[in-house]
Design a protein around this ligand. Structure first.
Ligand code: FAD
Length: 372
């Protein structure tokens, strides 16, 4: 039964409407109470399943436990010269099932918060609010938030990947270590690495990930995965699922800049790494607290100073792609496990930053700092 008020026109009127019930939209909706809200999302959680990973502290590990697929206190980066293994006592690299996370939020909506499984269309903005149609009905809300995925320029720098979840014929070595980046693969078309999450000793998510401007043919990533498996003497028994994604590492344009955007549409994806989950959680939790106090403004998801640093990092990658592997490996070797996790989470201390800056090749970075 709808909890929305009916206007004299018969149009259901909500205090608030959220367009898009992905990571940002449904997380925000699940933290609202004491008001009427609609959240509009056409796809079921199962249709949007993939792995969302983050560095989680002890409290987050507890909160996210019901949708956690795997957790590692150790992670590694590897190239032809060296292997760097981090062992953390504070953070676990944590992989969530997106479908389980979304379902959990959908099932936890408070009274008065209604999920509508449809697309929002004919969106009309009026001040902070507006109206739209969904599943043949017109809705109106005093406050609108929009989390529809933003658009990115065709030739922008992006992280693009294809991953397979596979069962192996025999147990693999070291399932307690997540491989974040294995650079011992073809580097001729951009910064390329293999990412491996061992959910058990015979169940792996393995991805071929590229950081470049051009998306590759599906077989290119598949070949890279199979070559890597062969080099490691890992024989696949079956492929359980496949996921593919493109994450912008450059400025994005929201579909409608006239609506208050949240999540990736508001710039929540870290430009240098493609990670967004933690930024989105922080943004929507702060927003939900604000809404409860009558403040509807969307907090910035990432500090402007961090965005500037990430842009310099990406400019170096674009100008001198051959430095990519050594820059990543030097970053990892300059920091201990907790420092690396903080760095990836965007909460590096001054000392973490100093260590990373000292480890970087100075000239390429200085050139980009002074490039207008
Ligand atoms: C495959 C993939 C893997 C990723 N992995 C990670 C990771 O491991 N760690 C990490 O930190 N980040 C990751 N990211 C980046 C980021 O965390 C995700 O993109 C995240 O989903 C962004 O959340 P969002 O709410 O902004 O957008 P989304 O989750 O994309 O939500 C937007 C929603 O809007 C809905 N929508 C679209 N049009 C309409 C419409 N007209 N009406 C109503 N709804 C509409 C869509 O169905 C969608 O559910 C990944 C991204 C991708 C694509």
């Amino acid at each position: 039964m709808s909890t929305l008020n009916k206007q004299p026109t018969g149009i259901p009127e909500a205090d608030l409407a959220i367009i898009g019930g992905g990571s940002a939209g449904i997380s925000l909706a699940s933290q609202l109470y004491g008001l009427s809200a609609v959240i509009i999302e056409p796809k079921t959680p199962a249709e949007r399943d993939c792995s969302w990973a983050l560095w989680a502290n002890a409290e987050q590990q507890k909160q996210l436990a019901p949708c956690t697929k795997g957790r590692w206190k150790q992670w590694r980066l590897i190239d032809h010269q060296r292997e760097i293994i981090h062992r953390s006592d504070q953070y676990s690299y944590t992989s969530l099932s997106a479908a389980q996370y979304l379902s959990q939020c959908e099932n936890n909506l408070a009274d008065g918060i209604e999920l509508i499984r449809a697309s929002a269309e004919n969106i009309q903005v009026r001040g902070n609010g507006g109206s739209f149609t969904a599943a043949g009905q017109t809705y109106s809300a005093a406050q609108l938030y929009d989390s529809r995925p933003p658009t990115m320029a065709d030739n922008c720098l992006k992280q693009h990947f294809l991953g397979l979840e596979i069962r192996t014929k025999s147990p693999i070595e070291n399932p307690e270590i997540a491989t974040l980046m294995d650079f011992r693969v073809d580097q001729s078309r951009g910064l390329h690495f293999i990412y491996v999450l061992p959910f058990s000793d015979d169940l792996l998510l393995i991805e071929s990930t590229m950081i470049s401007r051009t998306i590759e043919d599906k077989n290119w990533y598949l070949n890279a995965i199979h070559q890597w498996l062969e080099q490691q003497n890992i024989e696949p028994l079956e492929t359980i699922s496949q996921e593919q994604g493109v994450i912008p590492m450059d400025r994005v344009e929201p579909i409608d800049a006239g609506i208050a955007n949240i999540g990736a549409a508001s710039g929540a994806v870290r430009l240098s790494s493609g990670y967004a989950f933690t930024n989105i959680q922080a943004q929507v939790s702060a927003l939900a607290r604000g809404i409860r106090g009558g403040q509807y403004e969307v907090p910035e998801p990432i500090a402007p100073s961090l965005i500037r640093m990430d842009k310099i990092f990406n400019a170096v990658l674009l100008a001198e792609p051959e430095l990519g592997v050594s820059v990543m490996m030097s970053t990892a070797s300059a920091l201990d496990a907790n420092g690396f996790a903080r760095f990836m989470l965007g909460s590096a201390s001054l000392l973490d930053w100093a260590r990373v800056i000292m480890a970087m090749p100075k000239l390429p970075f200085l050139k980009q700092v002074f490039t207008p």
